[in-house]
Design a binder for this molecule. Structure first.
Ligand SMILES: N[C@@H](CCC(=O)N[C@@H](CS)C(=O)NCC(=O)O)C(=O)O
Length: 327
């Protein structure tokens, strides 16, 4: 109820500012900001019941906010020199790789970290989280979806497994004790680490605004859309993050983030990467989900207050620039 009252206040405030199509955009933007909470059905239906128009601006605005759950600052965190990059083996040279994604989705960012590390060129299709028009052709209703030369792959961990089998078939076929360790930490990312992120990036009003401020600078949006996205989205996500905190039994979100970072450094046990001298799939998973928050206050605090910074810098160097190509 608290969340709905918060949203209602935003709607009321926004009503006084814009014309009808823009008002529709407000509902959609807030809705899309809630998309990945897993708890949003009541808010979704409330919002949808107010949504009549499907104008261009609302879709554009929705897309802006859709990336904001864990909004991506990937571009700005990719300053590192690319060394230790894995070349694509000659056997696996796909012609056409397309990633259907939400820009800030941690699962999508895991897949991107893999593609970037292995220098596999890919195109991105940003999915509208409300209409999902871009993935209407698929029975699978979540992102990421990866199309590799016409073959559909879904679920980030399955996608990474399938790609790894193509990229490194010999290594993928072997089952060693190293795999057990790698798998354990990949599961830790999905079951623990991802749940700590939203409560941190929307922890306070100023941090929620910081997150939305950055994402709304991406793309080509009107001043009005950007302003509504920033304030409505930040307010909504502030309340949603409190709910997530409760759901995952997090008492102090920063302490939980620091603890996770320290736990990861302990797991490295003095090695450059969990994989030894090169990143393995667990390194890529941890890096992928942290990359969107690295330049936010929470990411900076994490690096300042834990020992994760050195590993993170090594990963930036190893993963390098995105190998994404123009769609
Ligand atoms: N286990 C899946 C989880 C994917 C997932 O939950 N994706 C979210 C976005 S972060 C999603 O698409 N949710 C459904 C929706 O937005 O309607 C994976 O690893 O790919």
């Amino acid at each position: 109820m608290r969340r709905l009252s918060g949203l209602a206040a935003i709607f009321q405030a926004a009503k006084g500012v814009g014309a009808v199509p823009a008002r529709t955009a407000e509902y959609r933007m807030v809705q899309s900001a809630l998309y990945s909470t897993g708890n949003n059905s009541s808010v979704m239906s409330h919002v949808l019941s107010h949504t009549k128009h499907d104008d261009q601006s609302s879709r554009a605005a929705a897309r802006v906010v859709s990336g904001t759950m864990l909004f991506s600052v990937a571009a700005s965190t990719l300053a590192g020199e690319a060394h230790a990059k894995e070349p694509i083996p000659p056997k696996f040279r796909p012609n056409d790789v397309v990633l259907y994604q939400y820009e800030a989705c941690p699962f999508c960012n895991k897949v991107k970290a893999f593609l970037d590390y292995y220098d596999i060129p890919y195109k991105i299709v940003e999915v509208n989280p409300i209409s999902k028009n871009e993935i209407k052709w698929s029975d699978y209703k979540k992102v990421p979806i990866l199309m590799v030369d016409g073959e559909q792959m879904v679920d980030s961990s399955d996608i990474v497994d399938k790609l790894f089998q193509k990229v490194c078939p010999q290594v993928a076929a072997k089952s060693t004790s190293d795999n057990d360790e790698e798998n354990k930490w990949r599961k830790w990312v999905d079951n623990h680490l991802v749940h700590i992120l939203s409560p941190n990036i929307y922890r306070s009003a100023s941090e929620a605004l910081e997150s939305f401020d950055y994402i709304t600078t991406q793309g080509n949006f009107s001043f009005y859309e950007r302003t509504v996205a920033k304030y409505a989205g930040a307010t909504a996500m502030y309340f949603v993050s409190k709910k997530l905190k409760k759901k995952y039994n997090i008492t102090d979100e920063r302490a939980a983030l620091y603890e996770a970072a320290e736990t990861w450094v302990d797991a490295l046990n003095g090695r450059d990467f969990l994989g030894g001298s090169k990143p393995n799939l667990a390194d890529l998973a941890v890096f992928g989900v942290l990359r969107p928050i690295r330049n936010l206050k929470s990411g900076k605090d994490m690096v300042a207050n834990t020992r994760i910074g050195d590993w993170y810098s090594r990963m930036e160097g190893a993963v390098g620039q995105p190998s994404k190509v123009q769609a």
